[in-house]
Write a protein that binds this ligand. Structure first.
Ligand SMILES: *Cc1c(COP(=O)(O)O)cnc(C)c1O
Length: 388
């Protein structure tokens, strides 16, 4: 019987165990657990990896988003435009700083925030008043765009950056699923907007042994602001001109991540290889309109944190795959504008048809680097049999 879990982190750990355990042992021997040498080195290494000039290690991807919003002084009376088809934290953090999440629909091919939808929202619902972009319905000030690079594929950044420049908006990239993702001509995500937010949650391509995250920026003043806010806003220690929080990354996590970073490109290559296998095998299976594979524009680098297909009869297919011991997941089954906690935003079903349709049709298949050829073949055969 072929078992194909959605993700198998034990296989990865077996590969790196001999390198990781001594590093953990060293950190324990030193008993320096907070903001030490590994954190500083990790920040340098990830900044370089993402072609950003600076990086600030934090406690999670969620806290990276929160810290970015705080550093840009986004709060009550402010609004941030983002995608409704994403992990909860994207909009959750906007609401947590007291700002209002404003949703615009996605592009149905990339599943990412549609620049045309953002422009249409601005044209139809906003006004420029003394150089500020105001949401006419709420009176709130639009301060930023927060595109998400969903599944490891870049959002369409050129037109989004153009919109941001035209209206004086900041850009926070939710790059939680997208370390090493490239937009066009090698431009790495996280270094395109003002701040890039990464997650090292264990299921991300670069996963820690627990929670961790990081912010990238090319702006030294923003980096400094994030460093201060990361330690409760204390500068010097115990003197607070601003209110921050405890957003620190652990030294132990930084040490583990530095080892894993050396493997990241190899793992990403395996993910891309597996994705190419699925693309070809599904095309050869002649599934027609029953299954759509990911669509990647030329000159982009997709890192395949997830390999997501769009399928007919999704829930029945998922059941069949479960019966055949194949792990799948739905990222995400309910768009954020329909979540109960956001009812106060007054959105309705039908407001974002591309996001709502994606929520009903997407299915993530196993794509992790250590998958064996027999496992990949089992997934394809089971899917083909279902539609055949
Ligand atoms: C994982 C993720 C986050 C949150 O990261 P955590 O490290 O789990 O807090 C935010 N946004 C997106 C799109 C994510 O996938």
């Amino acid at each position: 019987m072929t078992n194909v879990p959605l993700l198998d982190l034990k296989a990865q750990f077996a590969q790196i165990r001999a390198e990781v355990m001594p590093v953990i042992d060293q950190v324990c021997a030193g008993q320096h657990f907070i903001l030490g040498e590994h954190v500083r080195a990790l920040e340098e290494e990830i900044a370089r990896y993402c072609s950003a000039s600076l990086a600030v290690g934090v406690s999670s991807g969620t806290d990276a988003l929160l810290l970015a919003l705080m550093a840009l002084e986004i709060g009550a009376g402010d609004e941030v435009i983002t995608s409704p088809f994403t992990f909860f934290a994207t909009a959750g953090t906007i609401a947590r700083v007291g700002a209002r999440p404003v949703f615009c629909d996605i592009d149905p091919l990339s599943y990412n925030l549609s620049p045309a939808a953002v422009q249409a929202f601005i044209d139809n619902h906003c006004a420029v008043q003394s150089e500020r972009l105001i949401n006419r319905a709420t009176g709130g000030r639009i301060r930023a765009l927060m595109p998400v690079h969903l599944y490891g594929q870049s959002a369409d950044m050129d037109p989004l950056m153009a919109i941001a420049r035209r209206y004086g908006l900041k850009v926070i990239e939710d790059a939680a699923q997208a370390i090493g993702t490239e937009y066009q001509n090698g431009a790495r995500v996280g270094a395109i907007g003002d701040i890039g937010c990464f997650s090292f949650f264990p299921s991300k391509n670069l996963g820690a042994f627990g929670d961790a995250g990081l912010c990238t920026t090319n702006d030294p003043a923003l980096a400094e602001s994030m460093r201060v806010l990361r330690v409760h806003g204390g500068k010097p220690k115990y003197f607070h001109a601003v209110i921050g929080g405890n957003f620190r990354i652990d030294e132990l996590q930084a040490a583990v991540l530095r080892v894993k970073l050396r493997y990241l490109d190899g793992w990403t290559q395996r993910r891309q290889h597996n994705a190419a296998y699925y693309d070809t095998a599904f095309a050869n299976a002649g599934l027609g309109a029953s299954l759509g594979t990911p669509s990647i524009p030329a000159r982009q680098r997709h890192i395949f944190n997830q390999y997501v297909v769009r399928v007919q009869n999704r829930d029945a297919l998922r059941e069949r795959l479960t019966e055949h011991h194949i792990g799948t997941e739905i990222y995400y089954p309910m768009p954020l504008h329909l979540q109960k906690c956001f009812a106060y935003l007054n959105y309705r079903a039908g407001d974002f048809p591309h996001s709502e349709r994606a929520a009903e049709e997407v299915l993530a298949l196993p794509i992790y680097p250590e998958l064996e050829p027999a496992q990949l073949a089992h997934v394809v055969a089971t899917v083909a049999e279902f539609y055949g």
